[in-house]
Design a protein around this ligand. Structure first.
Ligand SMILES: [Zn+2]
Length: 505
């Protein structure tokens, strides 16, 4: 019984080298030893003797036969072949072009191995310099074709979904597979809260308050939480260089570790995160207009959301976002006011905060309740692009197969494939976005509007919503709220002076 990776041994006696039959046997012997050392098995030997025909146009029978075997990945009798062992690379080349043809043949399929007497060489290494002449040929050769194969090879490793090295990820035990009994639920709650609009700062504050530490024993900061939530590992997927690892069908590879979120939940997190890069998320998950970032923890519900509505002498309104001033000696109600002229405002508006907060909160909750009623009656629409995506995937598969079988030229393939790949990536992004928006709606609905109303008005320590979550709801509902100046003499709270600018959905 043969075991180990099946390889062929190649030997050559060059015309200018005073070798003999002995030399050939020696080369094969060295090759067998090299193979054995690497755990490979020599399944066939190929030998060329250039001494017998030194002319340049000599046809090297065994060399050509070996290239065929390598390209096919099997011997004529069907036994598989996955690589080549030679004594030294100068044994391969005789004519210009031999190296290229050899490299082309051996890299024709993924997972090929190659070694000389000094040891095995990584054909897919990007460090071609360490591979000497062989590497020089590889780098000179069709780079894109090689890169494509390399990419596939890296993919093959990642496709096994095996966890990689590095520090223990927060949420998992040191085996990196099993969920951590305390950390995993914390991380899950943080992710869902974040998807529901809670700010990173607010979560970090809570964790610090409870003494939660990172897997390296450090206090959490905004950035570490952000990267923990952005890690596709949360839902069992993995990424290389920021790109999700996908299988041949384009679906993300699922790892062997226990997930903390479903893929849909994680996509909802990412939809919020991507949209937070300075933009609003619309209800359908698309990115809306830029927002002023709510990075620091706001202490008041509506600062920055209210805007000054005092008319300017030259027409229009002041429109400066209102600031908030704490109540007098910490007991009176807070006050929203337009900053003074030196700060770009008009200083012409000043309003009791508690009444406005309550009025706007009620307006928001009523609108959410109404929307929730409507949503319960609707079913989410299916994504319209599924057919187009499948057609594009199929076309790319066909094209790749044709290219693999040399039925179409490199030129044509590299002209057509990138276009299709781009299209597939675009459609896939659209699909993910669509799914994320459905999931976002579900996560939001799960919070349940009734519960939302209850938690809106109780302090955070008693399970109430953090200000940042409430602000996220408000920002999603309103572009802004214009505060019109009061009519002189009237001191009552007059809701007609508040003009909410609702976002359409
Ligand atoms: Zn103003």
């Amino acid at each position: 019984m043969e075991s180990g990776i099946p390889v062929v041994s190649y030997a050559r006696i060059s015309a200018d080298n005073r070798g003999d039959e002995h030399g050939v046997r020696d080369q094969h012997k060295v090759n067998r030893e090299t193979a054995a050392r690497l755990g490979w098995t020599v399944v066939a030997e190929f030998t060329d003797n250039d001494k017998s025909a030194a002319k340049a146009d000599v046809y090297r029978d065994d060399f050509e036969a070996m290239l065929k075997v390598l390209k096919a990945g099997k011997l004529p009798d069907g036994r598989p072949v996955q690589g080549v062992v030679i004594v030294a690379e100068d044994r391969l080349a005789r004519r210009p072009g031999d190296y290229e043809r050899f490299v082309e043949a051996i890299t024709y399929k993924d997972g090929r191995v190659y070694a000389d007497a000094r040891g095995s060489k990584d054909l897919y290494s990007e460090d071609t310099e360490s591979m000497g002449l062989f590497g020089a040929v590889i780098s000179k050769m069709e780079v894109r074709k090689m890169q494509r194969r390399m990419r596939r090879s890296h993919q093959a490793r990642a496709e096994q979904g095996k966890p990689v090295g590095g520090p223990r990820p927060f949420g998992w035990l040191p085996d990196r597979l099993t969920l951590h009994p305390e950390e995993a639920p914390l991380l899950r709650k943080a992710a869902l809260d974040f998807a529901g609009g809670r700010s990173l700062d607010s979560i970090v504050k809570e964790w610090r308050r409870h003494g939660v530490l990172t897997s390296r024993g450090n206090p959490w900061i905004r950035m570490t939480l952000r990267s923990a939530l952005a890690n596709p590992r949360l839902c069992g997927w993995r990424a290389i260089g920021g790109e999700l690892v996908r299988d041949a069908k384009g679906e993300p590879i699922v790892g062997q570790w226990e997930p903390i979120l479903t893929p849909e939940e994680w996509q909802a997190v990412m939809a919020v995160m991507n949209a937070r890069k300075g933009h609003w998320v619309n209800r359908d998950g698309s990115v809306g207009s830029p927002i002023p970032t709510d990075q620091r923890e706001h202490r008041y519900l509506l600062s920055g959301i209210l805007r000054c509505g005092k008319p300017k002498p030259e027409g229009g309104i002041c429109n400066k976002p209102l600031r908030c001033r704490p109540g007098k000696s910490g007991v009176g109600p807070h006050v929203y006011l337009c900053p003074g002229k030196s700060d770009g405002g008009c200083g012409g508006i000043s309003r009791r905060g508690d009444k406005i907060d309550e009025f706007i909160s009620e307006a928001l909750l009523a609108s959410l309740e109404e929307k929730e009623l409507r949503r319960r009656k609707e079913r989410p629409a299916a994504w319209a692009g599924e057919k187009e995506l499948n057609a594009a995937k199929k076309r790319l598969d066909e094209l790749s197969a044709q290219w693999d079988e040399d039925k179409i030229s490199n030129e044509l393939f590299f002209k057509l494939a990138p276009q299709l790949e781009k299209k597939i990536a675009r459609l896939r992004a659209e699909r993910d976005k669509h799914q994320a928006s459905i999931e976002r709606a579900r996560v939001r609905a799960a919070l349940d509007v009734e519960d939302l109303r209850r938690r809106w008005y109780i302090p955070e320590e008693e399970g109430g919503l953090p200000i940042s979550t409430k602000r996220a709801y408000l920002r999603e509902a309103f572009h802004a709220i214009i505060v019109r100046p009061a009519v002189r003499g009237r001191r009552d709270f007059d809701p007609d002076l508040l003009e909410p600018i609702w976002r359409e959905d």
